[in-house]
Design a protein around this ligand. Structure first.
Ligand code: SAM
Length: 282
């Protein structure tokens, strides 16, 4: 095997790695914030790498984008105003805008270059960027939330890179307190929360920080994502209101297509494995 034909992301702490066979490198640059690479792969379409970590592939991004958006949107009673913090590839934005109840979706990514590259190499993810309800901002999401008016948003989706570099503060109690302050009555946050197999401690710390910030109703959902460490990913919803039920009838009759998400997948994603229950006293 010629290592130069493969992109490999090593997960050092877990002693594992994930590789994709590469056809060619399409782009590489150092933006103001991070190192960006785009490859054409043999079997996963195009692949975006940020700071050496896999972000998005053409072939499997639907798991992540659908599970970062639809479960939370069908849990909130009436989501009208949505912010996506990060999410520069625009795939989550596209899913959010499938919901007719959403009147405004603001995507706040620190790095405009991620979106400009997504427009070129992942055009299908950017197909809703010109929807009149979409608003793309390129500033730090931490500052955006800190400066926001109270009572100004129903759902905040934190679709960020891992908790290092510019994304570190997005995993802090202070950030969740700022989220709490600008959320409406039934408001909620959903955040990508890494792998329960590799990062259980991080998920626990995130849940504690959300809870301490007043977002004390929590649901961690699980879904496959072969591109990310361990291939098994999670998202954590933290809300002011009850999260124990979701709008099942609306989910069953959703007026749009998905590739992975449906009402049964939603229910299944809420099932908690024994070791997770034990770790979080559920
Ligand atoms: N699906 C990916 C994952 O879990 O690995 C995340 C993809 S998305 C491309 C991550 C985005 O978060 C990047 O575009 C990055 O620029 C953005 N980001 C990181 N820190 C940020 C911050 N403080 N404010 C806004 N966006 C941020």
């Amino acid at each position: 095997m010629n290592p130069s034909e493969w992109f490999t992301e090593q997960h050092a702490d877990a002693g594992s790695a994930f590789s994709l066979k590469i056809k060619k490198k399409l782009h590489e640059e150092q933006s103001e914030f991070q190192h960006l690479e785009i490859y054409e792969t043999e079997t996963f379409g195009n692949l975006m790498i940020i700071d050496g970590c896999t972000m998005v592939s053409t072939r499997d991004n639907f798991f992540y984008h659908e599970m970062m958006s639809h479960p939370a949107l069908f849990t909130h009673p009436d989501p009208k105003r949505v912010w996506i913090i990060g999410g520069g590839d625009c795939g989550t934005l596209r899913e959010v805008l499938k919901h007719p109840s959403v009147e405004q979706a603001v995507q706040i990514d620190i790095d405009e270059r991620v979106t400009r590259l997504a427009e070129i190499y992942f055009p299908e993810l950017c197909e809703s960027n010109n929807d009149p309800r979409a608003d793309l901002k390129f500033i730090d999401g931490i500052k955006w939330v800190k400066d926001a008016e109270p009572n100004s948003v129903d759902l905040i989706i934190v679709d960020s890179t891992d908790p290092v570099g510019p994304a570190l503060g997005l995993f802090s109690e202070e950030f969740y307190r700022d989220c709490f302050a600008c959320l409406t009555e039934n408001g909620m946050v959903v955040q990508q929360s890494e792998s329960a197999l590799y990062h259980l401690k991080l998920i626990g710390e995130m849940r504690d920080a959300m809870s301490n910030a007043g977002l004390s109703n929590l649901q961690t959902l699980f879904f496959p994502q072969c591109l990310y460490p361990s291939g098994w990913w999670s998202a954590t919803i933290a809300g002011k209101g009850d999260l124990s039920k979701f709008r099942e009838a609306d989910s069953s009759s959703k007026p749009f297509d998905t590739v992975y998400y449906n009402v049964d997948i939603h229910k299944a994603a809420l099932a908690q494995p024994e070791f997770v229950k034990k770790a979080f006293n559920l």
